[in-house]
Design a protein around this ligand. Structure first.
Ligand SMILES: Cc1cc2nc3c(=O)[nH]c(=O)nc-3n(C[C@H](O)[C@H](O)[C@H](O)COP(=O)(O)O)c2cc1C
Length: 176
């Protein structure tokens, strides 16, 4: 059985991006799903001096190994001031010090959601530009605007947006 990992680029306990990642993963048929949470990975703020003194934290290796062992990645990025959340960027920075090909060519469904109307469009743009330089294989991109109005009780309640996500999940599934 194929294995996928799903996670949010957020350390919020009630992350809306985690809710979206969980929902999207539930739409993938016949795979083992592992939901990851950045809070479970103990990573100090990246700094070159810290790296020289202490090396790379075990949990950065652990996360990278989860990517390596997976057949696909569902990632929903929180947008903070038009970019990655600090928690995600920190993880990304640490992992990139171990392996430049951080995403290892695994099929990726890349998403973002936010409470506002742009649905994380800026962070999605940044990620679409950058991730392929780290061997990301982005097979579909989905943005959910106005999370509060469009998502309820674990699913997307706007039928057009739900249909859009489902067609993108199909693409992701076909690439696994
Ligand atoms: C420091 C900070 C900056 C933010 N900047 C943006 C932004 O640039 N664009 C946006 O759509 N939302 C922004 N937000 C709102 C986030 O989209 C919102 O907090 C969302 O819940 C984050 O996703 P999460 O719940 O998965 O962590 C910001 C929130 C914080 C705390």
């Amino acid at each position: 059985m194929k294995r996928i990992i799903a996670f949010a680029g957020s350390n919020s306990k009630n992350s809306i991006n985690k809710h979206l990642a969980i929902y999207a993963s539930s739409l993938v048929d016949g795979v083992a799903i592992e939901i990851l949470d950045l809070n479970d990975f103990d990573l100090p703020l990246y700094g070159i001096d810290l790296e020289k003194e202490n090396g790379i934290p075990e949990d950065a290796h652990k996360f990278l190994n989860l990517i390596k062992a997976s057949d696909g990645i569902i990632l929903s990025l929180a947008e903070h001031n038009g970019a990655y959340s600090t928690a995600f960027k920190n993880l990304f920075d640490w992992m990139s010090r171990i392996e430049g090909k951080t995403f290892m060519g695994k099929p990726m469904l890349l998403m973002a959601t936010s409470p506002g109307g742009r649905g994380g469009a800026s962070v999605l743009q940044i990620a679409q530009d950058r991730f392929p330089r780290h061997d990301a294989n982005i097979v579909a991109v989905f943005s959910l605007p106005n999370f509060g109005a469009n998502f309820s009780e674990g699913k997307i309640v706007n039928s057009e947006l739900d249909a859009e996500l489902k067609s993108k999940v199909e693409k992701f599934q076909a690439a696994l």
